[in-house]
Design a binder for this molecule. Structure first.
Ligand code: UDP
Ligand code: MG
Length: 240
């Protein structure tokens, strides 16, 4: 006598990426007016050669330097492929990324910074690593162009994050990353107000990898992180 049949739920996200899949690029922006023209020039030429259909979601995180107007001007010429999410005030990089996730629809979501520290030219390599069957691909800045105290703090932070999440990675702080849709949706479902996005994403991902990526000095302006903000980010990691 057969017992009731076992219900088998298909694993989401196991399929390899195909050209018909869509990609969302999510970029948090806080007072980056001086960097946006060069960012858009480099990003748009990378996307012009991309095999996927794409959209770009810029999130203006309460800028006061005219960034929003520049982003809206870029979006006007792009027939819906570029959208701007406008936050009421400055909520921080990771909250801005979460807002971008909520307003993205791609099968794959790539995040990068607006200050050109993350070269947009690396995006195809991230997509190739997703193609290879990964749920999450993290960038690893081997030659990091930041101050010594930031590199030191990051080493501690990476150890701590690897321990908490249980997924060891060299560079949890690199925001040049790619995620499959089911990871993005699960992160959004968490409804965290102060998440540390790479850690949260890795806690749900089965297939995670990292690839070495280039890193440049900030094109213009200063880092938005001081010691207080870095400590705040670590607290979010511990409490999230
Ligand atoms: N950013 C943001 N909100 C903030 C701080 C930063 O959207 O409150 C954005 C910023 O505009 C940039 C990215 O997050 O696109 C990374 O910020 P930053 O370059 O200051 O960080 P660092 O590279 O020093 O870690
Ligand atoms: Mg930066």
């Amino acid at each position: 006598v057969l017992s009731s049949p076992v219900k088998i739920t298909p694993i989401r996200g196991a399929a390899a990426s195909v050209a018909s899949e869509t990609v969302s690029i999510v970029i948090p922006v806080y007072n980056e007016a001086a960097n946006l023209p060069a960012l858009w020039q480099r990003l748009s030429s990378v996307l012009a050669g991309c095999k996927h259909t794409w959209e770009v979601v810029f999130v203006d995180d309460g800028s006061s330097d005219g960034s929003l107007a520049i982003l809206q001007e870029v979006a006007r010429g792009q027939e819906g492929r570029v959208r701007v999410v406008e936050l009421a005030r400055n909520f921080g990089q990771h909250s801005a990324i979460l807002a971008g996730f909520r307003n993205s629809s791609g099968d794959i979501v790539v995040t990068l910074d607006a200050d050109l520290q993350n070269p947009p030219e690396e995006i195809p390599r991230l997509l190739d690593a997703i193609d290879a069957g990964n749920d999450v691909v993290g960038g690893w800045r081997e030659e990091r162009q930041d101050q010594a105290y930031r590199r030191f703090a990051s080493r501690l932070h990476n150890r701590l994050t690897s321990l908490i999440v249980g997924v060891p990675m060299h560079d949890y702080g690199c925001m040049l990353r790619a995620y499959r849709r089911h990871i993005v949706d699960t992160v959004v479902e968490c409804d965290e107000k102060a998440a540390f996005v790479p850690a949260l994403a890795n806690s749900f991902a089965k297939r995670v990898t990292e690839i070495r990526v280039g890193h440049e000095a900030r094109a213009s302006g200063k880092s938005k992180y001081n010691l207080f903000r870095l400590a705040h980010l670590s607290l979010n990691l511990l409490t999230g």
